[in-house]
Design a protein around this ligand. Sequence first.
Ligand code: TXA
Ligand code: MG
Length: 328
Amino acid sequence: MKKSSARRTRLYRPTERNLAFLARRLRAGELVGVPTETVYGLAGNALDEAACRQIFRVKGRPSNDPLIVHIHSLRQLTELCVANPAALRLAEAFWPGPLTMVLPKKAAIPDLVTAGKKSVAVRMPRHPAFRKLLRLAGIPLAAPSANPFGYISPTTAAHVADGLGGKVGHILDGGAARIGVESTIVDLRDPARPRLLRPGAVSAAEISQILRKPVISKRLLAAPGAQVAPGLLARHYSPRTPVILHDEITSTAASDEAFVFLRQPARHKGENVFWLDPRGKLRGVARRLFATLRDVDQRNFRRIHIERATGEGLADAINDRLRRAAAR
Ligand code: TXA
Ligand code: MG
C-alpha cells in the first residue's frame, strides 16, 4: 500500500463488530471494498444513485459500462428484476455462487447502475463474509471488480489497496479469492435463447444442462456474420507489460522477458520463469492467474509470455482473460 494512502484506507477482519460497522457505512452511502469468491468488488448501495456514481468515479469506469448488483436473497431478486422460471432454475442450481444473470430490470434500480439499459445483471455471491455483510446491510450492493478500470482484477485485499488505496475508505479482508476469475454472465432476458456474455467458473455446458437447451456462446456470437456484443472484445484485465500468448513455451532464453507456464516446468529455471499451478490444475491456474500477472507486471520485464489453458469450462474463462490481457 502507498504510504500516503495508508492513513486513509483501512482493512477490516470479518469480525461481527467490523461487519456491523461496514454495513452501517454502506447504508450511509459509503463504498467498501469487499471479498467475493471470484474477485474483490467495490461495493455501494445499489438503490442509492449518489453511491453508485461514486463507484464509477473511484474506478475511473466509463458510465456506459453497467454494474453487477449483488443480493442476499431471492426476495431481493424479485424486487429488482423480472425473474423468469429459467432464471429461478439457475438460481437454485448455482446460487450462491459465481453466476450472474442479466434480466429485465424493475424501477427500484437507478438507470445509472445499468448504464441506461432496461436490463440488470444480478448475482448472489457465496463468500461467507460478503454474504453476512449483505444480510446485515439489508440492501442490494452494486459492485464492479475493485480495480482501476482496465487493469487486472484484484484477488486479495492488498490488491484493492494497491489500486484504490486512498480512494476507498474501507476494505473488508476476506482472504484470497477462492476462484480467482470473475463470474459467468448469462443473458436470460429471453429465456428461450440464453446467451453467455462472459465465461467463468460455471460453464456453458452446466447452464445448458439445467435449462435443457443450448446456450449461445461468445464463440458462436463471434462467428462470421454474427453480431459481436460491444465490449466483449475490448482490451481489459491488462498488465502494463505487453503480454504474448503461446500454446506451449519452449524457450526461456530471453532473460529480460518473463515466461509464465501453466505448470511448474521441469526443464526451465531462472528468475524469469513463473508458473500458475504446481501441476497445471485449472482451478489452481484460475486462482493464481491475476495475482501472478500483477506480480510479474511489477518486475519490469520487457514482455510477458504466457501459456494458454487447454480444455473447456474453466479453461474458457482463463483463456478469455488471457486474450483480453494480450489485446493491444
Ligand atoms: O465476479 C464478478 O462478477 C465480480 C464480483 C465483484 O462480483 N464483478 C465483476 O464486475 O466482474 P465488473 O463490473 O468488473 O464486470 C461486470 C460486467 C461488465 O463487463 C458489464 O458490461 C456486464 O457485467 N454487465 C453488467 N450489467 C449488464 C447488463 N445489464 N447487460 C449486459 N452486461 C452487463
Ligand atoms: Mg471488471
